[in-house]
Design a protein around this ligand. Structure first.
Ligand code: NA7
Length: 857
């Protein structure tokens, strides 16, 4: 570290904010021997708990969980009086922490940072504040919180109102007395829902202007739950560690059962139990799929709506107060105390802005499209420019003067929610792209602070003076964050998670929804892999292990985790018969695939006996185009219906007659038995097409894995031996060469279901080593590929077979064959066929069926 601190204007680290994040950061940095200062706009510590002093303001994660865990002594010295502590109590806690660790001496209060710019030559950040301070630091950290920048009041006429206007997020310190006043409240998010019952207690009239009704569960607040305290005190370390490795930063275990797999009585019992418990997480955790399955989510919405209907006497008001039109949980669930009951009071009125929108605020009150109303005070509970607002409020300039605000104009891009490419030595705590607001903030803040401090210690130890996320790592993280969000129902809501509450803000899902546990593992893995995706620069040179931390698509990852949890033996450790049984057992768990008009099983004559086929018929009149399909399974496993969901999909989506033909399997029948059968099947189907309901002039072949190997070989043999005319070949992750030396065999040797050793096992069962260069086993080795039918070759990035598939696509192209070559990023060998199970490969499947339609047009 440089040491230019003599004038008191240079630090190792400048942090912005003295809330929960800034305080812990100061403590950690001091313990690690770094000089640091926090700059804070307010005149005291507390962050969000300094500003949000509105009546009823409380945390919505239980206080025992929403606390620092870094020091067991601190935990013993502080006792929470309530399950969900009030704002004054939380503020007192943060003041207690600041005093206990003597942090105030490193905080400059009443100081707003206006500008922060990276000076590349000097290798430091230059900060200017509204006090005229000019200070520098090697590292600059935004600890500004996710919900700290108030949303501008976007209601016309707001300046005209003659009476006082209050904002929940900037509430007067002396409090407000609404006694005898006619009060309007605009906004029914958490702040509105918490404050309205208490304002109503004082006011002579309260009118609530509601744009979107929110889902709210009862807080059932009271003293700290005894069993909760006992659980914590019994083994603090285990409890806190459980939180750190939990999904949301609170140690409760989630169900793995989908909603509809649970019988209705038990579903209702779980919902009622969650309702009675009164927290944000229990109901969601009671089933595995409430944020991904719209039908399940709808059922639970109904449960919430029925509760409102029970509580609110006037049926029209009750209906208006029911959350609707957006999935439950896709906006943050609210915890309420007497909110719905407030509307049973004659002095409370609800204005549904969807029916009667606000025209304008006037001198005396508010005009809606239906009436003019007079008020003595207006309260805005209209929320925040969440997650990015406070960060871009500072003019932050990175390398070459690039402005963060511009870089984020289309939505924030970060690596891990911690750092931004182009902005060396810059960190955000719980920034966009990290679990942050989807988690217990206390846990996420501690994790970020600890990660950042450890990174600075690492740099110091290794003699590096700067660190910066690479563009590639950042791009891949942004993709990963979006991929995850797109698997869920969250993007459907106009929420602040989506930036949708602020006019003009790009619609991008801001937090990371993969969970605190997975995210922590990612951050740990980045460090283990020598700060993967970060460039580290020192006087003696730089070091960069560039790469992608989570190349696997999130739903594929979930599938891999599920399979790992089953702890099954590897297929290649089994006998072929046992391997077949294991594969059958997992196939039984798959979604069945779409409906087709008819499924017919039949047999056809093969060269060494009868072969089964299964025919999937589309609902179209007349003779249908034909797709002859060869199943996967390494020539050892599988049968005519083993790729059934995908065959149904191809049939339903391309209106083709899909005929999945069986072939003899190894080791009972080794090479070239499967080839001979495949050729015989194509010949027989072409000769009997009309009998099968298909058009003999309109035949394509398709296959997956070893089946794609057979499809490719069949095309070559049909061309060489005047076989039937084949109009196209769809080759999905094909085996094209019995050669294990390509990089994909090294890169993806393990961990993605099809392993290198399984592939070796398949080959050994199928084909003698001496025969493997025969083009009927390795079609890539054919003398010529000229004249072959048009092809679509699909490869998966994380597949040992990737490179030989790509090589075949390239070779076909080089031979003048018309080729569509699709390389599916983040997919594995088995995920492209996973109809209704792996959503991130939906698009690839659509392109595959489009290709078939194109061949058969
Ligand atoms: P929220 O949750 O963003 O709620 C803001 C509310 O204000 C919400 O009901 C908005 O309706 C409403 N709103 C915003 N702008 C307008 C206008 N122009 N007209 C009418 N109504 C408007 O903020 P909170 O402060 O309540 O809570 C934020 C988080 O803090 C909360 O999730 C907890 O984590 C703690 P909309 O839904 O946009 O239609």
């Amino acid at each position: 570290m440089t040491n230019r601190e003599s004038d008191g204007q240079h630090f190792d680290v400048i942090a912005v904010g003295a809330g929960m994040a800034g305080l812990y950061l100061l403590k950690k940095l001091r313990d690690a021997g770094f000089s640091a200062v926090a700059l804070e706009t307010a005149d005291d510590v507390g962050g969000t708990w300094y500003w949000n002093r509105y009546p009823g303001a409380r945390c919505d994660i239980e206080s025992l969980d929403y606390s620092y865990s870094f020091d067991p002594e601190l935990e013993k010295e502080w006792q929470w009086s309530e399950r969900y502590a009030t704002q004054p109590e939380i503020l007192r806690y943060l003041q207690f922490v600041a005093n206990r660790y003597d942090l105030r001496r490193d905080i400059r209060f009443s100081t707003r940072v206006d500008r922060a710019s990276w000076d590349e030559d000097a290798g430091l950040w230059r900060i200017t504040t509204d006090n005229g301070d000019r200070i520098t630091a090697q590292f600059y950290v935004m600890a500004t919180g996710c919900l700290s920048m108030p949303k501008e009041p976007d209601v016309p006429g707001v300046d005209r109102f003659g009476g006082p206007i209050y904002f929940t997020n900037r509430w007067p310190h002396e409090g407000v007395d609404f006694s005898g006043k006619r009060v309007a409240v605009i906004g029914t998010g958490s702040s509105g829902i918490q404050s309205i019952p208490l304002i109503a207690e004082q006011a002579s009239q309260i009118t609530v202007f509601q744009r979107t009704a929110n889902y709210a569960a009862p807080a059932n607040n009271g003293p700290v739950r005894r069993e909760h305290r006992e659980q914590l005190e019994e083994d603090r370390n285990a409890y806190r560690e459980g939180a750190r490795w939990s999904r949301a930063g609170v140690p409760i275990s989630g169900s793995t059962e989908p909603f509809f797999s649970v019988e209705p009585g038990e579903r209702m019992r779980r919902l009622e139990a969650g309702w009675t418990r009164g927290d944000l997480l229990t109901i969601n955790s009671s089933f595995a799929d409430l944020v991904v399955n719209a039908a399940a989510n709808f059922e639970v919405q109904e449960f919430f709506r029925d509760k409102v209907r029970e509580k609110v006497l006037d049926p029209l008001t009750a209906e208006d107060l029911c959350g609707k039109d957006f999935p439950l949980f896709s906006k943050r669930l609210c915890l309420e105390t007497n909110y719905f009951e407030t509307f049973n009071s004659p002095k409370a009125k609800l204005v549904n802005l969807h029916r009667t929108p606000i025209k304008s605020i006037t001198e005396a009150g508010i005009d809606t499209s239906a009436e003019s109303m007079e008020f003595d005070a207006i309260v805005f509970a209209t929320g925040f420019d969440a997650m990015t607002g406070a960060i871009v409020a500072v003019d932050i300039r990175g390398r070459d003067g690039i402005e963060l605000k511009n870089v984020w104009a289309e939505g924030p891009k970060t690596y891990l929610g911690l750092s931004v490419h182009g902005f060396p030595n810059f960190f955000t705590i719980t920034g966009p792209g990290s679990p942050s607001v989807l988690s217990n903030m206390a846990v996420s803040i501690e994790q970020h602070v600890e990660w950042i401090t450890a990174a600075l210690e690492h740099l110091r130890g290794e003699g590096f003076h700067s660190i910066e996320a690479t563009s590639a790592a950042q791009e891949s993280w942004v993709t990963h964050v979006n991929d995850y969000a797109n698997l869920t129902l969250y993007p459907q809501a106009n929420s602040w998670y989506m930036g949708a509450n602020v006019p003009g803000k790009p619609r991008v899902f801001l937090p990371y929804i993969g969970g605190v546990d997975r995210y922590r593992q990612v951050c740990d893995d980045v460090v283990k892999r020598d700060y993967l995706g970060f460039e580290q620069v020192g006087n003696a040179g730089s070091r960069c292990n560039d790469g992608v931390i989570r190349p696997v698509k999130p739903d594929v990852q979930l599938l891999l985790e599920l399979l790992a949890s089953l702890d099954q033996p590897p297929l290649d450790s089994l006998t072929p018969e046992a391997a077949r049984q294991q594969m059958e057992a997992s196939a039984a768990q798959r979604p069945p695939g779409p409906e087709v008009d008819e499924i017919i099983d039949g047999i056809l004559p093969g060269p060494a006996g009868e072969l089964d086929y299964r025919l999937y018929k589309p609902a179209i009149p007349g003779l249908a185009p034909i797709v002859i399909y060869f199943h996967g399974g390494g020539w050892v496993l599988g049968h005519a219906s083993s790729d059934e969901p995908f065959c149904r999909y191809l049939c339903a989506e391309s209106n083709a007659l899909v005929i999945s033909v069986n072939y003899r399997h190894a080791p009972e029948a080794r090479f070239p038995a499967a080839v001979d059968d495949a050729v015989a099947a194509v010949n027989w189907i072409a000769a009997n097409a009309e009998f099968l309901g298909g058009d003999s002039h309109n035949i394509a072949v398709a296959g997956w894995s070893a089946g794609a190997n057979l499809a490719a070989v069949v095309c070559q043999l049909a061309l060489a031996h005047d076989g039937p005319a084949i109009k196209g070949q769809l080759l999905i992750t094909p085996v094209t060469d019995g050669d294990f030396t390509r990089p994909s065999y090294r890169d993806n040797a393990e961990g993605y279901i099809l392993t290198r050793s399984l592939m070796e096992w398949f080959w050994d069962h199928y084909c003698d080593v001496d025969d493997r260069h025969d083009p009927r086993a390795s079609p890539l080795r054919a003398q010529s590929l000229t004249g072959l039918p048009p092809a679509m070759v699909v490869t998966a990035e994380l597949d040992p077979l990737r490179d030989e598939g790509n090589a075949y696509a390239d070779a076909l192209k080089a031979a003048g064959v018309q080729v569509q070559h699709l390389q599916a990023a983040g997919q594995i060998h088995t995920s492209l066929l996973a109809v209704d199970a792996i959503m991130t490969s939906d698009n690839t499947r659509r392109l595959m069926k489009d290709a078939l339609i194109g061949f058969l047009r």
